[in-house]
Structures are given as C-alpha cells and as structure tokens.
Design a protein around this ligand. Structure first.
Ligand code: 0X9
Ligand code: ZN
Length: 639
C-alpha cells in the first residue's frame, strides 16, 4: 500500500514537471492574410507573433493545439520542439539579477545623471520591478518634459530588455562627450523600466522558455491585459486562468501593474514607448477602437516607420496603425492606459521578424542598434514636436493650477481621461501639425479661458493665467464620487450657493449638458447596469461659466429580474442581465455551493439539499449575483 502511494506521488511529480517545463512547441503556420491571426486567437491558441516576410504566424502549441491546427486545414511547421531550457541559447539574454547589477553599476558610475528606483513591492518569486531615471542633476526637482520607456511585459520577449539597457548605457556613457546625448539628458526626464516582468523572465531562463505571463501562484496573469484603462472592455483578453491572455481578477490586480501605473501617474510623460516582440509593428492605441488623437498618431507613426529599419535593413516596412485593427483586439494594455488614463502619447513597437528569441549572436547587436533610431526619434520629439504646451497659473497668486485642458477640434470622446496640467502647472498636448486649434482651460473656482493657437511643426507655447471666479464650486456630491452599486434611477445632488447650475452628465469622461437648474439636485433615469457615469455641475457667475469637479458613480453590475425555485433536485433559476462566467450567487451574503452559467440572462444555482437548506421554506432570503468587480441589487425571494 505504501508503495502504491509513493508511486502515485512520483507520477504526480513527473506530470507536474512536464507542464512546468513547458511541453509545448514553437510552430509556424502559413496564412493567406495577416487578419487570420485574429481567427487563430479565437481558437484559443497562444499566438506569439508573425513573420510578415513569409506570411507565417508563430504559435506556442501543445500536441492538442497542433491537432486542432491540422484539422482546421493549416500546414504546421515545427520550429522548436519544447519549451524546456536544455541548451544555453538563452544564456546571453538578461536575467533579473543581471538587470539589477547593470542598473546599480550605471548609477554608481553616473550618480549625477542616473538614479535607480525600486518601483514595486516584492513579487511572488522574490524579484522587484526597477526603474531608472536619467536626467541632469537627477536628485533635484525640475520642470523638464518626460519620456517613458519600458520593456519585457511578456517574459519570453527577451530581446526587448536588451534595447532598454542599450539605451541606458548609450545615454550615460556618451553624456558630456556627445552633444546630442548631452542635450537630451540636460533637457528631458528619461524614465526607463527595462524589465516589467522579472519573475516571469526568471522562469523563462530556468524552466520554460515560452512563458509569457507573471508568476502569480493563484493564477498567472498577462500583465499586458491587466491595466486599468478599458480593462475587460472589448473581448481583447480572457477571463480564464489557463489562457495566455488572462486579464486577472480586477484592473491592476498585479503588483507589476500597480508599480507601472504608479510610475505613470507620478511622472506624467509627453511620449511613451513600450517594447514587445515580434512581428515588426508600430502600434498606437487603442486595442478596442481608434483613439481621439488618431490624426496625430498617424503623422507620428508614419514618420517613425519611414526611418526605422526592419530585420532586413529596410525602412518603411513596419506595419503601422492603431492596435485594434492592425494586429488584433486587446484590452487593458499598458500603452492604452498610458495614453487613455495618464495622458501620454504612447506607442508599442514589436521588434524582430522571426521570433522572440532570435539567436543572440546574430540578432542582438543589429536589433539594439536599429532601435536606437526609434528611441532617439522619441527623445527628439520630446524636445520638439507639433504640440501646444505651457503653464497654467492663478492670475492673482501665480500659483500653478492643475487645470483641465480641452482642445475643441480634438475632443476626447473615446473614454480617455480629460487632460490636466501637472502639479507644477505644466501641460503639453501633441496635435496634428499645420492646423489651428481652440483650447479651453478650466478649473473649479476659476473663470474658464479659451484661446486660439496655431500649430506648425514645432512647439507652440501658450501660458495661461486663470482668474478666480469668486463662486464657491459645488461640493459634497451624492452619490459620493466613485460610489458603486447605484440603482438605474439616481437623484444627483450637491451643495452650493450659486443661483444657477448647469448639469453635465454622460457615460464618458466628457459629460454633456443635461440641463440648467436653480435647485441643487437633478434626477437621471434609464441608466444601464454595469456602467460608470460621469457628471459635473458648473456654476453661472460673474465671469460666465465656471466648471465643476468631475464626479462619477457606477450602477449595479447585474440585474436580477426574477428567481424561480425548481424541484428535484432543488435549484434556483435566476433571470437577469449581463451575467458572465465568473458570476457567483450569494444567499444572505453566503456563497452557494455551485452555479451554472446558462447565458448572459440566466444562472442556475445547483447542489440540491445543500442549497435547499440555505433557502428554508416560508422564509425570505436576499439573493445577489456578484463577480470580483461588482454585484446586483439584492433580490428578495421566498417560496
Ligand atoms: O498582445 C500584446 O500584448 C502585444 N503583442 S505580443 O505579441 N507581444 O503579445 C500587442 C499589444 C498592442 N497594444 C495595443 N493594441 N494597444
Ligand atoms: Zn509582448
């Protein structure tokens, strides 16, 4: 008997280690059209990249995946037989410890211009996310514009941290001798995160070279689906733990994501560049649809493409465009959050044409040298590009104001957060060149100002002073700002002493005028489940309109329309709306033993007797449907 038990243990260990070592192959399939990449992804395959010269999509495939591909009529070419790291081909690529050592050495050799930051809490497998800031007198505060570069969200994309470290070395080694480098370092805050996913990279180098996600032991997460902006917004990620694009249980649930979003928030960048591999793409946001700034992105992307060499040494060959229709739909990516939530002009470059682990000796130098063209382009744009920028100050005290800055010709209508000046009053907005724009600066308690500006091919400077309006801005909103679980009809109310208010309301962060009132409340009806609504109340006073603060609330995520008890075995059939596979059912706050998801409008709570005991006959219980990010209005049920 004892022998049998230990044999089972041995079998278990063997099969676990087979999975842990990545018993998958890197295969390629020929496609007639690159858009087939999207179809391959919907089959649940781990699409790793694309060789656009050969029209071949790279896939990390299990034996079952290869069968599936063949049954779909694809010819499968096996390139590398397993993810086990048995040879030393990956050795020259950076490990997390090597990254730390290099950053420490750079800081020690160049303390006046390079500073190392620990950006994250300790990750599950012991590593930290590090950031390096490079700028003249790095310990002192400054008003310089910021450029942000990061690499290796995806552990297996080993070339990308080479590019980031090459930039750090190039800038620090050549400072003081190369006038171009000196100019960048003297005038730009350069922030670099060379390895966003160090736990994952360690796993790539020690056990599974195809590892993509982080190492959350509960369930590993695709960090490039975990960011806050448009998290889980457009079927561009997965809710299944085992999938390579698993988005995590909530926006920014992962420590790596928290670290990155904190850096983005604390160091508002004008331009940002995130490196991935592979396929030779220049992608701009968004993963779900076009960004509001789409014209400026096309100008920028096309110009970058025209100078950037691909693996064949040819310029103009990167496939350029917004992510959603250039590669495939994504949601919760870092570049989308950087643009949509934190206001940077952000781009994703996917380097290399043949795979994410090309032979180091053949491809490393060529790749990092070619990418110098890209990050130099960004640094030059950070110094000068078609944009408007300046400082917003209080007209009487000259204190900086974090005013909202709107461009009427390019309204932010795709869920982007309104742009604001930084704590030092500085704002910058890249715009399409050779056009005129109308800018409005607004802030609670101040008279709004509108100015015309002509944009050429460089910076148009526009400093603005706002006069205090004398009005007391509306305060104490109800529902409280950020409140969750609101019903579908809500009476908005606030405190204030102005005689006239204009109420703006909508489901984007640019709410529209709903009406004017002299009261301090306004009722909105016919809201939808699971939505966030934004509103603000402007006052009409001495200097015309004075804008109020932007407030928000969200409605109940789910609605329960009816509940029926079904007998033998005892079950509850719950009809409602917007149910998903993660939904749980709670009775008086206690989770029921089992739920089956029939459709987005029906759930069935099962487990006969165990469930029946939770719903004693003749009593009334309170039923809710919940997932990790929201719940339904409690429904009273008796039978
Ligand atoms: O899918 C991704 O996360 C990136 N490709 S990769 O093969 N390296 O995994 C692309 C992200 C593109 N970003 C946006 N579409 N915003
Ligand atoms: Zn990637």
């Amino acid at each position: 008997m004892k022998k049998l038990v230990s044999m089972i243990a041995v079998l278990l260990i063997v099969s676990l280690s087979a999975v842990a070592s990545g018993d998958k192959s890197f295969v390629e399939v020929k496609v007639s059209d690159l858009s087939e990449m999207g179809k391959l992804r919907t089959l649940g395959l781990d699409v790793a990249g694309v060789n656009r010269n050969e029209n071949q999509v790279g896939i990390i495939a299990s034996a079952g995946d290869i069968e599936l591909l063949k049954s779909e009529g694809y010819e499968v070419i096996v390139r590398e037989r397993s993810g086990r790291v048995e040879d030393d081909a990956l050795d020259p690529y950076y490990s997390p410890n090597e990254i730390l050592t290099i950053l420490q050495e750079v800081e020690a050799a160049h303390p006046a211009i390079a500073k190392l930051f620990v950006a994250s809490d300790q990750l599950w497998e012991g590593h930290y996310v590090y950031a390096m800031k490079i700028t003249k007198n790095v310990d002192e505060e400054n008003d310089r514009p910021t450029f942000f570069l990061d690499a290796q969200h995806h552990a297996r994309e080993v070339m990308t941290s080479q590019i980031a470290i090459d930039m750090i070395r190039y800038l620090t080694d050549n400072y003081g001798s190369d006038p171009e480098v000196t100019n960048w370092v003297d005038n730009i805050n350069i922030l670099v995160v060379p390895m966003v996913n160090p736990d994952g990279v360690n796993h790539v180098l020690t056990s599974n070279r195809w590892w993509r996600k982080n190492r959350n032991p509960g369930c590993s997460v695709d960090l490039n689906r975990n960011y806050t902006f448009n998290w889980d917004a457009c079927n561009g990620s997965s809710g299944w733990c085992s999938d390579e694009t698993y988005r995590g249980t909530a926006p920014a649930s992962e420590p790596e994501t928290v670290a990155m979003e904190t850096l983005m928030e604390d160091n508002p960048a004008i331009y940002a560049l995130t490196y991935h591999s592979y396929g030779e793409y220049i992608l701009f946001p968004l993963g779900c649809y076009d960004p509001s700034d789409v014209d400026a992105y096309w100008e920028f992307g096309n110009e970058l493409n025209s100078i950037l060499e691909n693996d064949n040494g040819v310029t103009g060959q990167y496939l350029t465009g917004p992510g959603w229709n250039t590669i495939y739909m994504t949601d919760g990516t870092s570049d989308d959050s950087h643009y949509g939530k934190f206001g940077a002009f952000s781009i994703c470059i996917e380097v290399n044409s043949t795979g994410f682990q090309p032979a180091y000796s053949q491809w490393r130098d060529a790749t990092v040298q070619r990418q110098r063209t890209a990050w130099k382009f960004f640094l030059n744009k950070t110094l000068n590009s078609p944009r408007v920028q300046g400082f917003v100050r209080d007209a009487s005290t000259s204190q900086p104001i974090q005013a909202q800055v709107d461009v009427s010709e390019v309204p932010l209508i795709h869920n982007e957060t309104p742009r604001h000046a930084a704590p030092n009053g500085f704002y910058a907005r890249p715009l399409p060149g050779n056009r005129s724009f109308s800018l409005t600066f607004s802030h609670p308690g101040y008279c709004s100002e509108t100015r015309q500006v002509n944009i050429g091919q460089g910076i148009s400077t526009l400093d603005v002073s706002l006069a205090p309006s004398g009005d007391i801005p509306p305060s104490n909103p109800s529902p409280a700002s950020g409140a969750a679980n609101q019903p579908l009809s809500v009476t908005l109310s606030w405190q204030g002493s102005a005689g006239n208010y204009s109420v703006y309301f909508g489901d984007t962060q640019a709410p529209v005028l709903l009406g004017n009132t002299s009261a301090t409340s306004y009722t909105v009806n016919n809201l939808e489940y699971g939505k966030t609504y934004y509103w603000r109340v402007d006052t009409q006073g001495g200097c015309g309109s004075s804008t109020g603060e932007l407030w928000s609330f969200s409605t109940y995520k789910f609605g329960i329309a009816s509940v029926k008890a079904l007998k033998s075995p005892f079950r509850l059939s719950i009809d409602g709306s917007s149910f998903n596979y993660d939904c749980t059912v709670k009775i008086n706050g206690v989770e029921v033993p089992a739920v089956s998801h029939k459709s987005s409008t029906r759930l069935v709570a099962k487990k006969g007797a165990a469930l029946k005991s939770m719903v004693p006959k003749g009593t009334t219980v309170s039923i809710t449907v919940e997932d990790s990010t929201g719940s339904s209005l409690p429904f009273n049920f008796s039978w």
